[in-house]
Design a protein around this ligand. Structure first.
Ligand code: ADP
Ligand code: MG
Length: 348
């Protein structure tokens, strides 16, 4: 028995899969989430429901655990700092603060001499009108966006009249990259220059939501090496502990750009559960709990499809899957359009 009680903030599917990986390592997970229906309560040892600003509830949570990690990056920075004064939060809160904000995140990446698309800060409509060559582009809220939420596609300045944009929030305008492909690289860093890195994963999005992932990514050797090298550089510079994902764009001229960094396990890495000896989830638990680093071994090529909204229904009704297929139901109570309900991984 390891005897470790690991606190996880956030109770979605990532929290569930982290809990399952922890169980395998004899680590107990206690999940804190602001959603009373959080699906991860079906997978963890103990579940605490409370607001992310509820000091008493958070204290109750902190008392029960030895250390804390998180499954999503949008936790108030102040909350993470308060917790970190009592029990260690890994990855450290300062990393979360940097990456939570799309402008500071992109400034950080560019400082490392790593390419991103052109971007600018936008606080009011006239800021966009005054900008030069940024369109067609995507306007994104600087904080709290996921799965394409809080994003507006803007083709030309005329579009600004028809779009009803809430300028009480801060935005970033990104020039649209003419996409050939999207890939992601998942890396788990244990300590200085000690990490395990997965090969690049190729991703297809529909309506800005991830739909398919597969390995191997069909990319040339330069892109394969460069995407891994950039990911290592980012993880080292952050002195990151745990699993991190870097999302990349490849344009039609085969230029590589970092889209964004996720300071956590990532949807594109779900196939690592079946395609590798150690999944991104198990590696995260191993790194944050200071367990042994086991060399990664690939078991198989794989593809994963996200089951979104009512696509889950036939699988729930006992639709047969083949021996090389693995179906995951996140056990979310309510089926909603655009909601990730489960996934299916096929070893190929
Ligand atoms: P989220 O935080 O919601 O994942 P992303 O910034 O990753 O937001 O955007 C979601 C998807 O939208 C991307 O994976 C990509 O398909 C598309 N997208 C976002 N920004 C750009 C861009 N600048 N150029 C081209 N496509 C983009
Ligand atoms: Mg993204």
């Amino acid at each position: 028995m390891s005897g470790i009680n690991l606190g996880i903030i956030g109770g979605g599917q990532l929290g569930s899969m982290l809990s399952e990986a922890a169980k395998k390592l004899n680590i107990k997970t206690i999940i804190y989430c602001d959603d009373i229906d959080a699906p991860a309560q079906n997978f963890c040892e103990q579940f605490i429901y409370g607001d992310y600003n509820d000091k008493n509830k958070i204290q109750e949570f902190v008392n029960k655990v030895d250390l804390i990690t998180y499954e999503f990056e949008n936790i108030p920075f102040e909350t993470l700092c308060e917790i970190n004064k009592i029990k260690k939060v890994i990855p450290k809160p300062s990393i979360n603060k940097l990456i939570q904000h799309r402008l500071t995140e992109k400034d950080f990446i560019n400082k490392l001499n790593i390419r991103t698309t052109k971007y600018a800060s936008v606080e009011r409509k006239t800021d966009i009108e005054a900008l030069g060559d940024f369109l067609p582009g995507i306007l994104k809220t600087t904080t709290l966006g996921y799965d394409g939420k809080g994003q507006y596609r803007i083709k030309s300045k005329q579009d600004l009249n028809s779009l009803n944009i809430d300028f009480s929030k801060g935005y970033i305008l990104e020039k649209l990259v003419k996409l050939k492909k999207e890939i992601s690289v998942i890396i788990t860093r244990f300590s200085n220059n000690s990490y395990e890195i997965y090969e690049p994963i190729e991703n297809i999005h529909e309506d800005q939501i991830l739909k398919y992932s597969k390995i191997p990514a069909e990319i040339n050797k330069r892109l394969f090496d460069e995407s891994k090298e950039w990911s290592i550089r980012i993880a080292e510079e952050l002195k990151y502990i745990g699993t991190l994902c870097v999302e990349f764009f490849i344009d039609r001229n085969e230029n590589l750009y970092v889209n964004e960094i996720a300071p956590r396990v990532h949807n594109s890495g779900h196939l690592t559960i079946n395609a590798f000896n150690i999944s991104q989830f198990e590696n995260h638990i191993r790194a944050v709990c200071s367990l042994e680093k086991v060399p990664l071994k690939k078991i198989s090529n794989a593809k994963m499809i996200n089951l979104i909204g009512n696509q889950i229904i036939p699988y729930r009704k006992n639709l047969k899957v083949d021996d090389n297929q693995f179906f995951f139901d996140y056990q979310k109570k309510e089926v909603k359009t655009k909601r990730k309900m489960g996934h299916l991984t096929t070893l190929i």
